[in-house]
Write a protein that binds this ligand. Structure first.
Ligand code: DGY
Length: 322
């Protein structure tokens, strides 16, 4: 029997490559990240499976040019880099890596909430610049969060894990997409998005990116937020109109923003780079050794299952879905 071929677009932590190599012929890209369709098409070639990262654009054109592909195993919970409609139409499985990164991403979200409300980035720059000449009562004052409302947009796995931690910081939780009549776990008050924005001290985004959520926070919605409120985004950059966010920060409407993701990633809007009231991270929400190994291993397990003719643990698109 011929060995199945798996194209792996980047080096992987953990035992993922080892597991794939036990049963397949693995082609590994150890070079620069593949961010364009043509390079991806050349790299996949006649492989039966591809293990992708979120920078790899798995478009209809890529799927059309790689007709032997049976499965795209994305090493991420998000899958906005993949044309799901095209995959379904072309009978290709798509899988993702939910659950294993939930807690790490929720932790990082809280890191950003605390960093932006307590001005941690600015305070660290202040010290490193040699400007700390002794404790002062009015030095680098931030905003307290105790007793305030955290608005969670996207009450899925990560949104709920973020909300669970809110009790520890004395914050109440509002969510825009829980069932108003259900008893959400953890507890959250249902609010329509605009009401949530207008009443939260910190708004945190955990909703997937799709055509319905692109620029979900446009200028009008950003201006609904109370003066001095904070925005945190560890989901996907294009959920926020970044240019509008810069304007809303520039005129002092918002207290600050904590961003792990960007609209034109890896580019960051120059208006953000200049500001002291934003905390900017290079998309590290799930970046712990344990989590990244678990993500890569789950992506490999999904691929191996499909190639063995089995149901993968975490499918997004089944070829039989219509
Ligand atoms: C994902 O998995 O979608 C994140 O953005 C990276 O962990």
């Amino acid at each position: 029997m011929t060995m199945r071929e798996v194209a792996v677009t980047a080096e992987l932590p953990g035992r993922a490559v080892e597991w794939l190599e036990e049963r397949c012929l693995v082609r590994l890209n150890a070079g620069v990240q593949i961010t364009d369709e043509n390079t991806l098409i050349d790299f996949i070639g006649s492989a039966d499976a591809v293990l992708t990262l979120l920078a790899n654009p798995v478009t209809d054109r890529v799927l059309a040019a790689c007709p032997d592909l049976r499965v795209v195993g994305n090493c991420a919970v998000g899958f906005d880099n993949i044309d799901l409609v095209a995959a379904r139409r072309r009978g290709v499985w798509v899988t993702n890596t939910p659950d294993v990164l939930t807690e790490a991403t929720a932790d990082l979200t809280w890191g950003l909430i605390l960093a932006v409300t307590r001005r941690l980035g600015e305070a660290e720059r202040f010290l490193r610049d040699g400007r700390f000449h002794g404790w002062a009562l009015d030095m680098l004052l931030g905003s307290g969060i105790q007793g305030r409302q955290l608005g969670v947009v996207g009450f899925g796995r990560i949104g709920r894990a973020v909300a669970r931690r809110a009790a520890g910081f004395g914050m109440s939780v509002a969510a825009s997409d829980v069932d108003e009549h259900a008893n959400p776990d953890p507890p959250a008050r249902f609010m329509a998005l605009d009401e949530l924005l207008a009443s939260s001290h910190v708004v945190t985004l955990h909703t997937p990116l799709n055509e319905g959520t692109r620029h979900l926070l446009d200028e009008e919605r950003l201006r609904l937020m109370p003066r001095g409120a904070f925005l945190v985004n560890t989901a996907r950059g294009p959920l926020v109109d970044e240019a509008a966010l810069v304007r809303v920060l520039e005129d002092g409407h918002l207290g600050g923003a904590g961003l792990d993701v960007f609209e034109m990633e890896p580019a960051v809007h120059p208006g953000l780079l200049e500001r002291e009231d934003v905390v900017l991270l290079p998309h590290v929400g799930s970046a712990t050794e344990e989590t990244r190994a678990a993500m890569a291993e789950l992506a490999a397990t999904n691929i191996l299952a499909v190639l063995a003719g089995e149901e993968p643990p975490t499918p997004v698109v089944r070829p039989t879905d219509h």
